[in-house]
Design a protein around this ligand. Structure first.
Ligand code: IMP
Ligand code: MG
Length: 191
């Protein structure tokens, strides 16, 4: 008899915090929660990229409400494991959000600066409603008052990669979420 097998841990990970199976299971429930919240109302989804790419793609396949999608490119990291600048918008929205039910999606809520900055930006365009959804929540790290309406997993204050989360744009393709080995954080050859 064949059994479902987890893809083995990536050699660069010290520890896996969330497995591929756990992600799949949680996304099905999250998708149901979001579909129940919006019902037949159309959702204008704004994904904060690049981090929310994989999460958004998989989550939206579990949502039954009608959906429009756009992305906003925001960054506050420069190949570091801590933010080095205030979040900056590199590429803005191309669809209208006025009088729309907007759902803002990000990979992780850490200090809260990114999500609250984009939240404020969209709010100025008068959406009918504005909710937020994050895959991961590092509760202990908040620097500004910001909570998400939908949360995948609450995790401890560790720098994680995989499933969309990167270090210097690497590891986004890992199917699980894990902690990078300390010796691989900030290696000189990636500078
Ligand atoms: P915040 O603005 O501090 O809340 O950080 C949110 C952004 O920082 C996310 O969109 C991520 O891109 C990035 N980030 C925060 N923590 C991590 C992490 O542990 N791994 C990878 N990226 C992270
Ligand atoms: Mg990000």
């Amino acid at each position: 008899m064949t059994r479902a097998v987890e893809i083995p841990a990536h050699k660069d990970l010290e520890e896996i915090l969330v497995t591929e199976t756990q992600i799949g299971r949680r996304l099905r429930r999250l998708g149901r929660e979001i579909s129940e919240t919006y019902g037949e109302e159309e959702i204008t989804v704004i994904a904060i990229i690049n981090g929310a790419l994989l999460f958004t793609a998989d989550l939206l396949r579990q949502v039954t409400s009608p959906v429009r999608v756009d992305c906003i490119r925001v960054s506050s990291y420069r190949n570091e494991t801590r933010p080095v600048t205030e979040p900056e918008v590199f590429s803005s929205l191309t669809i209208d959000v006025e009088n729309r039910n907007v759902l803002l999606i990000d990979d992780i809520l850490d200090t809260g600066r990114t999500l609250s900055m984009v939240f404020r930006l969209i709010k100025t365009r008068n959406p009918a409603s504005l909710r937020t959804c994050v895959l991961l929540d590092k509760k202990g790290r908040r620097e500004v008052d910001c909570e998400a309406d939908f949360v995948g997993f609450t995790i401890p204050d560790r720098f994680v990669v995989g499933y969309g989360l990167d270090f210097a744009e690497r590891y986004r393709n890992l199917p699980c979420i894990g902690v990078l080995k300390p010796e691989l954080q900030n290696p000189p050859e990636w500078a």
